[in-house]
Design a protein around this ligand. Structure first.
Ligand code: GLA
Length: 382
């Protein structure tokens, strides 16, 4: 899949020349489920991408074509409403959010297709939202900045896809820089780039192939549990606005009141924020071994306290841990399936991939897909 594929399809369907946009998926090195708790994340945009061909059609409707699914969908632009076709909802949602930001979105045509595996924790939905947002902003000379476009994507997800997601995925797709990871402070929205040297270690993703049906509802439940924790802590410490403000000592002092489940959700978040900060220090010190230990810590917390892992992901992390050349491994993204992220010494990648695939096949009787990814620039007009 390349930009000219969607361009050819666009020409065939609509018969005029489109604008071409590339929107990447993302990885997250560490800092999971921290974004909606006002904490820190450390994502990067990767070379798994969605390509868009978009043009204004002078009609009252938007005409959408999913090249990979071989499906089409139309909706009236002056009244974008949630539909029963989920992939269309992301695009309808973005249209609605751009209108709320004051952009007068007229009828448009959009063909998209790409290489981000769906439902694998690589944020294909954020790429879908961010790509269309940039295309329309460009075609309409909208002057909206990238943070506004990221928010538009996030709200599209809340209101049209029904997932109360944080800002990380849309932010990463829109703000990625080649060869760098970016630490975002989800409270102040300040961000800082850190070089990520892929000659020292490669990034290998192992796709469990599990798409948990409960992922969206469990995600929203985790968010609520964190809010319950904040509400209780706030009664004792009025300064606490989010789990970002809470300390382990405060959690311990009110452990019984919080109750086991909410206590453990909160403990995970507080510890994960500390791990992101430590991980950034290790990155600056070029200490990949110490960085990797933070990743294992993250996985253990996601598995035991936050309870968003699954046995396939746990198996992949445990298989990676003793393997030669592996610095760190953990589940990535919302959880309940999707990929693990592994940092692997370049000369060990081939062996790592071969052995992990064989072990997975033997354990679960199914093939393991792996992706050797590189860090690329965020959404761009091609
Ligand atoms: C999903 C959400 C993000 C983030 C991660 C977990 O990818 O879209 O906002 O919460 O899960 O870190």
């Amino acid at each position: 899949m390349a930009p000219h594929d969607v361009e050819t399809t666009f020409q065939r369907h609509f018969g005029y020349a489109p604008l071409l946009v590339r929107a990447p998926g993302r990885i997250n090195l560490i800092g999971e489920h921290t974004d909606y708790n006002n904490g820190f994340v450390l994502p990067a945009a990767i070379n798994k991408e969605i390509f868009f061909a978009v043009g204004l059609n002078g009609r009252p409707e938007a005409r959408l074509v999913s090249q990979d699914l071989n499906e089409t969908y139309s909706f009236p632009v002056e009244a974008p409403r949630r539909q029963d076709r989920q992939w269309a909802n992301y695009l309808i949602g973005v249209t609605a959010q751009l209108q709320k930001l004051g952009l007068d979105v007229p009828g448009f045509d959009c063909v998209f297709g790409g290489t981000i595996p769906i439902g694998s924790g690589l944020s294909s939905s954020a790429a879908l939202e961010s790509g269309l947002a940039v295309a329309l902003n460009q075609l309409l000379d909208g002057q909206l900045n990238r943070m506004q476009l990221a928010r538009a994507g996030q709200l599209a997800e809340h209101e049209f896809a029904g997932v109360q997601c944080g800002i990380m995925d849309q932010f990463a797709s829109l703000h990625g820089r080649a060869g760098q990871v970016v630490r975002l402070d989800c409270r102040s929205m300040e961000y800082e780039y850190f070089p990520f040297d892929t000659t020292a270690c490669d990034i290998v993703l192992c796709n469990s192939g599990v798409k948990h049906a409960l992922a969206d509802s469990e995600y929203n439940t985790r968010r609520r549990e964190c809010e319950q924790g904040v509400a209780l802590l706030k009664q004792h410490y009025p300064g606490i606005e989010s789990l970002r403000d809470a300390t382990r000592e405060q959690l311990e002092a009110h452990r019984a009141e919080l109750g086991d489940v909410v206590y453990r959700r909160c403990r995970y978040v507080v510890e994960e924020n500390a791990r992101v900060e430590a991980a950034c220090r290790h990155l600056l010190a070029h200490d990949l071994t110490a960085f990797g230990q933070e990743m294992y810590g993250s996985h253990a917390g996601l598995r035991d306290d936050y309870e968003v892992s699954c046995r396939e992901l746990d198996f992949l992390v445990e298989a990676a841990r003793p393997a030669a050349g592996v610095y760190g491994s953990r589940m990535m993204g919302g959880g309940f399936g999707g990929c693990t992220i592994n940092l692997v010494a370049p000369d060990q990648v081939t062996t790592f991939v071969r052995n992990t695939r064989a072990a997975y096949q033997q354990q679960f009787g199914r093939a393991l897909e792996t992706y050797h990814v590189t860090i690329v620039e965020g959404v761009a007009v091609v």
